[in-house]
Design a protein around this ligand. Structure first.
Ligand code: NAD
Length: 255
């Protein structure tokens, strides 16, 4: 239906989980991929995997909260592939605590990884997109940012912030042909489920069943469910989308 041949994409937090699935999907559509993650080993592993599938990928590890790292990732990507056309701000951390237990450090880290990370990567890539008279920025929000989740106020707040960031940046960048949109997934089957289970001293199956009970389609989402939404926005199919929030969530939130 469309190709990303000749386009270069950066996906943050693409060492594992949803980001890795997005990177594999965009690579399979022809994009040159820059894999970046705070964890150098998994960043390299994803890049190796994509190359072994016959597609183009480099690993440029870095912390999305550190300006020097972000500058290095974007510069290395542009040097390697010529420019940057697509940015997916995906890197994230989870937080499950009662509101009164959230420390100031945890609150600040949540803001830094999700909001500051998206701010820095967008600022550093936009000049390349302006030079190309266009580009795509896709920010990963969450259904919890749309409806709010008890026991995750800091995460819900930053994900709602990502939606505001997306809409404001979309208006400012539209005259430059840079289309900014968000994808707000519902609960997705990733390593986060096992981590949540350990954190809450329960089983992964218990978590799955609690989450599924709120979803009209009666299943968790897959990484592929999210990756195809990103591909849709990144490709020609997304060329009339500006400041929108796509919500692959099985019907949990209906807007
Ligand atoms: N899993 C879900 O159910 C779900 C639902 C809605 C939204 N999301 C969002 O999707 C995105 C990906 O989530 P996931 O489930 O794949 O999580 P994950 O923990 O499996 O992957 C997140 C990746 O981000 C990386 N990362 C964390 N902090 C970083 C930093 N400072 N700099 C660079 N990389 C960093 C991690 O190393 C990891 O590889 C996140 O933004 C998350 O909030 C997830």
């Amino acid at each position: 239906m469309f190709t990303l041949e000749g386009k270069t994409a950066i996906v943050t937090g693409s060492g594992r989980g949803i980001g890795k699935g997005i990177a594999e999907m965009l690579a399979s559509l022809g994009a040159n991929m820059a894999i970046t993650d705070i964890d150098e080993q998994i960043s390299q592993k994803t890049a190796d995997l994509i190359r072994s599938q016959g597609f183009k990928a480099i690993s440029v590890p870095g912390d999305v909260t550190q300006l020097a790292d972000v500058k290095r990732v974007v510069k290395k990507t542009a040097e390697e592939f010529g420019s940057v056309d697509i940015l997916v701000n995906n890197a994230g951390i989870m937080g499950l605590q009662s509101f009164t237990d959230i420390t100031l450090d945890e609150w600040n880290r949540m803001l830094q990884v999700h909001l500051t990370g998206s701010f820095l990567f967008s600022q550093e890539t936009i000049p390349y997109m302006k030079q190309n008279n266009g580009g795509k920025i896709i920010n990963i929000a969450s259904n919890w940012g749309q409806r709010g989740e008890a026991g995750s106020v800091h995460y819900s707040a930053v994900k709602a912030g990502i939606i505001g960031f997306t809409k404001a940046l979309a208006r400012e960048m539209a005259p430059h042909g840079i289309l900014v949109n968000a994808v707000a997934p519902g609960p997705i089957e990733t390593d986060m489920i096992e981590e949540e289970a350990r954190h809450l001293h329960t089983t992964a199956d218990q978590i799955r069943s609690n989450l599924t009970s709120k979803i009209p389609l009666q299943r968790l989402g897959t990484v592929r469910d999210v990756a195809v939404s990103i591909a849709f926005l990144a490709g020609e199919t997304g060329n009339f989308y500006c400041g929108q929030v796509l919500s692959p969530n099985g019907g949990e939130v209906m807007m």
